[in-house]
Design a protein around this ligand. Sequence first.
Ligand SMILES: NC(=O)c1ccc[n+]([C@@H]2O[C@H](COP(=O)([O-])OP(=O)(O)OC[C@H]3O[C@@H](n4cnc5c(N)ncnc54)[C@H](O)[C@@H]3O)[C@@H](O)[C@H]2O)c1
Length: 333
Amino acid sequence: MSKLKAVVIGCGAIGTRAHIPYLSQHSKVNVVAACDIDENACKKAKELNVPKIYQDWEKMLDIEKPDIVSVCTPNYLHKSMVIGAASRGIHVLCEKPMATTLADAKEMAEVVKKNDVKCMVGFTHRFMQENIKLKSIVDSGEIGTPFFSQVRFAHAGPENGWSDKDWWFKKAESGGGSLVDMAVHAIDITHWIMGPTRSVNARVATLIKKIEVDDNSCLILQNDKGMSIVNTSWSSPVGINGILVVGTKGAIERPYGEPMRICKGLTLADGTNKMEWQIVEMENIIDGYKAEFNAWIEYVIDDKKTVPTVTDGIAAQAVIEAAYKSSANAIMI
Ligand SMILES: NC(=O)c1ccc[n+]([C@@H]2O[C@H](COP(=O)([O-])OP(=O)(O)OC[C@H]3O[C@@H](n4cnc5c(N)ncnc54)[C@H](O)[C@@H]3O)[C@@H](O)[C@H]2O)c1
């Protein structure tokens, strides 16, 4: 089989840290071109040995006629680029969030369906090996029936060590702040483990930074399998990140950067507290990005493979939109 011809739109942080390098090292992919409107970003792509660099993404698609395209641009551009690629019959890996509004995400999904192309949404956390292990433990019934989860994703903000651009802080370009940027991952992980969201209660606020979008969010969700909390922050110097799932026979805790552990035992109302913690050993851990790009290519090649798609992108977008509404209209008691 000849290699898939790949192009990347957007050579900023995620384009040059993940898409170009991981697609380039894949044995079934040839990265033929990349595109950016920023000279420095183009330079970075060149340094990664991308043979052709464009400034106009539509021109790149029309000339290169790739099999697959990565959309790695600011959130407000995902819609036109995914629609532009899908209409040309090109499979798309769209970075998260899928769009800046639920209506746009639905419109994109329609075009993807109509043109019979594949579209994966970049829910990177699903490909982290520890998260896959956590899900398999929960699904095995080892902690009993899960009824509660908590996902907290936090850091000091995208301007600290990630991206040098300021679109993140402009509502019209990002769609929102930490809720859009980070809760979208946390919501997707929650859906993956606890099932779809049935209701949303939220506080979304700009607590610390002088920005027009939110820097913190706290959501209480009712999911098919129980209730959950999603908490995000762009103002946490100590970005304690992780996942907790509690079931009827135990709990599993997955602090990012630390060993995952299962808790069993008994805690009674009289103060009896016998908890036993067991570290979950991880073997043959492969890098989450590598797993993500492997899954994307397998999905393009093999119809039986599954990955997060527009359905998951829309589900997360619906929760984001509901969270903003809930926060704006909530009655505080
Ligand atoms: N999956 C993940 O974990 C993850 C992590 C970080 C970012 N992201 C997502 O990836 C996307 C990009 O984020 P980033 O961190 O790379 O941002 P970034 O600002 O570093 O990069 C975006 C790039 O897009 C370029 N661009 C803007 N308009 C363009 C156009 N018309 N044509 C071509 N290029 C254009 C910019 O010049 C910039 O270089 C965002 O949607 C973000 O949410 C996903």
